[in-house]
Design a protein around this ligand. Sequence first.
Ligand SMILES: Cc1cc2nc3c(=O)[nH]c(=O)nc-3n(C[C@H](O)[C@H](O)[C@H](O)COP(=O)(O)OP(=O)(O)OC[C@H]3O[C@@H](n4cnc5c(N)ncnc54)[C@H](O)[C@@H]3O)c2cc1C
Length: 170
Amino acid sequence: MAAQPGQVGYSIIDAKSIDAFMPSVFPPVVDDSLEGLAGQLGLDPGTVTQTVGAFNAACRVGTFDHTVHDDCHTEGLSPPKSHWARPIDTPPFYGYSLRPGITFTYLGVRVDETARILMADGAPAENLYAAGEIMAGNVLGKGYLAGIGMTIGSVFGDLAGRSAAEVAHG
Ligand SMILES: Cc1cc2nc3c(=O)[nH]c(=O)nc-3n(C[C@H](O)[C@H](O)[C@H](O)COP(=O)(O)OP(=O)(O)OC[C@H]3O[C@@H](n4cnc5c(N)ncnc54)[C@H](O)[C@@H]3O)c2cc1C
């Protein structure tokens, strides 16, 4: 998706599949026809129907089961859809415009246990503290658990605030 113009991609879902995944916070664009959906998304209807038609023709539908890696796949598409491939053919059609984002950088400044920033020589700064995303790399090397961004911000925010207040009050 990052390689697309403007780094925007579009996800199109039909009525068969809309309840097969966790609903988005944001409602999709809905239309009874692919052409109408394309128009609402600001896309060329002919290009969308051609793209969806090519996807549908590439589908090799076996026994659909979205709870396992089923045998529904595409042939001749790049990249292939390895599982859960079904023609997008049952109205109404739903569309989302999507763009990539960065949830965590895993980088930032180093801190000690009081949230004091560790300088380049490894020594703690006297009066410089960090909390939240800027120091989350101290906790997260890779991957994450749900809610850990907020947790890191709250825990280290509390620490940093207390530590800074102590310094300020001498
Ligand atoms: C798509 C996405 C989904 C996420 N989902 C979750 C989730 O479900 N649960 C969870 O716990 N965490 C989640 N996170 C992570 C979480 O949102 C972040 O870790 C958290 O918001 C970081 O908070 P922060 O205050 O440290 O930094 P930020 O929220 O990035 O705040 C930094 C602020 O500093 C401002 N700023 C930057 N430079 C300057 C400057 N020079 N002068 C003045 N202001 C400046 C910025 O504009 C920004 O407002 C998600 C993150 C993303 C991107």
